[in-house]
Design a protein around this ligand. Sequence first.
Ligand SMILES: [Zn+2]
Length: 273
Amino acid sequence: MPELPEVESVRNGLVDLVSERTIGKVTVRWDNIIKEPESRLFQKKLEGQTIETIRRRGKFLLFILTDYVLISHLRMEGKFRLEKAATPLTKHTHVIFSLDDGQELRYLDVRKFGKMSLINKGDLLNHPSLTSLGPEPVEEDLSIKWMTDYLSGKKRVIKACLLDQKLVAGVGNIYADEILYDAGVRPDRSASSLTDEEISVLRSSIVRIMKEAVEAGGTTIRTYANAYGREGSFQNSLKIYGKVGSDCPICHTPFLKTKIAQRGTHYCPICQS
Ligand SMILES: [Zn+2]
């Protein structure tokens, strides 16, 4: 699943390509991708809208249009591609936005888990998909006080808290493992057991790793690539994710893999406590 750095890379790749383009005909070939409004209305409302810019919040792409915002969540395998209208459609193309320059912005999704909502601009801040999101994982937004208040009294394991988007937006399974290894915190620790110092270290790890991953254009595992088909390179910087059986470079103990918060989880039994 694309996490914040991969979604940011998609945004970054698309924004210059489609900003100021006006949308013509929209074709939805798989209705379940469209969460709201109903698919025919979705297509009709988009006609004539100009794409002002594309923003991102957590793992959501926000296409800012003349009157609306198109909220897109790529979930497992969603992708946007810009193609000439004459380019044949592939089997997994589910939504097609014709643009006024003769190109088409196409949404492809092998698993069909992605979702799009078209909402009035004024409703963005109060939209349920965004209101429960925690702060962005950046220095200015993610405060120690917020993290301390949020985690105090939480019995859930810390990895589950990193994944659920409420403590911090944008972290998924890969970066959660990297962050917890970097911070030296075992993924199955109960959230309320973290000391003030551990929370402070964890915050620094979240901010630094997400920043480095954004700068690297994200992690390319399986099928992720941005709008140019360009791949991110953070997979070369992963320290623990996918490295079960390799030795920890710090203590030389083999990394372990287990299931925590229903997700495959990598950790070092010595360096993380
Ligand atoms: Zn170790």
